[in-house]
Design a binder for this molecule. Sequence first.
Ligand SMILES: Cc1cc2nc3c(=O)[nH]c(=O)nc-3n(C[C@H](O)[C@H](O)[C@H](O)COP(=O)(O)OP(=O)(O)OC[C@H]3O[C@@H](n4cnc5c(N)ncnc54)[C@H](O)[C@@H]3O)c2cc1C
Length: 501
Amino acid sequence: MNSLWLDSVSKNISFSSLPENKKAQVCIIGAGIFGLTCAYYLTKLGYHVIVLEKDDIGEKATGHTTGKITSQHSLFYDYLIQSYGEKFAKDYLSANEQAIQDIQNIIQEEKIKCDFALENSYVYTTKNSELRAIKKEISALDSLGFHSEFVTKLGLPFEIEGAICFKNQAQFHPLKYLYGLASSITNRNGEIFTHTTVTDVQKEDDSYVVFTNHHTVVADFVIMASHYPFINFPGFYFTKMYQSTSYLIAVDTKKTLPHGMYINFTNPIFSYRTARYKGKDILLIGGGEHKTGQPTCYQDSYGLLEEEAFRYYPDAEILYRWNTRDCISLDKLPYVGIYSSMMPNVFVGTGFKKWGMTLTNVAANIIVDEICGKQNPYQYLFRSTRLKPLKNHDEMKNILVQSTTSLFFDKLKLSPMQFEDIANNSGGIVEINHEKVGIYKDENGKIYAVKPICTHLGCLLSWNDVDKTWDCPCHGSRFDYQGKNLYDPAFKDLDFYVLDS
Ligand SMILES: Cc1cc2nc3c(=O)[nH]c(=O)nc-3n(C[C@H](O)[C@H](O)[C@H](O)COP(=O)(O)OP(=O)(O)OC[C@H]3O[C@@H](n4cnc5c(N)ncnc54)[C@H](O)[C@@H]3O)c2cc1C
């Protein structure tokens, strides 16, 4: 399902796929907000940059985000102080506040029309029992010298117990912003190639060769801005992160809409903001979070959001429904810096934990400084080679159990489903000649059969009946019902079967 952003951006520049072997100073893999922000800063400094994108620019996480630009990452600063100390928390806050300013500067300097608007951001609770957590976060922010405000009234159509307000945060149309960046990059002789899948990166003398499905780019520096690093070794990022999916709906109503950006912090989590649509404001509601690849149903995803919309806006018309996912590291901090000490000059930025609008700007500044040989004051916050004690033991255990189960045990278990059990417009795994086969029957009963084994690391896929996709419960790769790869870290399609009738 297309997002509001994808549907309302005018794609004023078109790109082609990589036509021949090329050379560049910096090759960037991925044209989401992170890749294009790196490319923007580097081309401004005069570097020759080539960006390689598997699909079209901004079509993945960035084209399906909520687009809040804020340093208020739910309740986070008390956690940071407890885990890493005051200086660390203060620097994290300053880095993200600086990013809001940097994004605004880019928009002004490049005259990007992207519906940028300053708004207050709020984390709220409707439960008295959660007020303690709110107060603790405010004390944490006070101790960092940051002025936040405790409020008990919001523009939302329901009562709250309390909220923390961050002033001067912002929102925008993320894809209009990306197309603005792309135009500035190409005006400064940066090159962007789309529909070009990178398959490998290898060191050769003092450079790196970036292999794509057809040609190569040889570069001094490589930035993996592919959201999830798809090269597994020697980085091992697949052992340090998981992916989490959330859903969004865009709602039209005649009722007055709340201005500002809002989120609560315990399940069910709902996120709100307004957006411009055909000359007026509409409401975006987000939520329905679950680990990517875990089974879900309409009621727990879009259904939950629609219920929320109709409860408060009975005249609601649902204009768009979409979802995406983001990487979350086990200590809740992004990985930014060299991909691995065994591959110097290859950089990575990932694990933006659903707050990538500011964090990708911070990450881009860190990596650009590293390439220029400059010290960045925030680099130490997100060191990509860190081996700190894990903060999230439960999730670590989950990753190990889920990966082992999907890699080995589930593959050996007999599928409980028979071919006849699969209803039209649904899917499931059956056994045919002792082999597992993923079956989707369309509305008319036409059958699509794939090998339901992830092309990333070989986990058994699960059927997602909301989106009609095959999803990986280990690392979050996704494929459509015909086996076409949709989402990283996998980049190869699934094998498909032609079944004899
Ligand atoms: C539901 C949801 C709501 C969110 N809302 C917010 C919000 O309000 N505010 C906020 O700050 N953050 C938010 N986020 C997080 C934010 O959207 C992401 O952190 C950010 O978009 C990540 O950008 P990216 O450039 O790293 O990834 P992407 O936008 O996914 O870009 C990566 C690109 O790399 C390409 N690629 C992948 N593999 C290859 C390959 N092998 N070869 C070539 N190209 C490749 C992909 O096609 C893709 O275009 C949200 C996340 C979710 C899930």
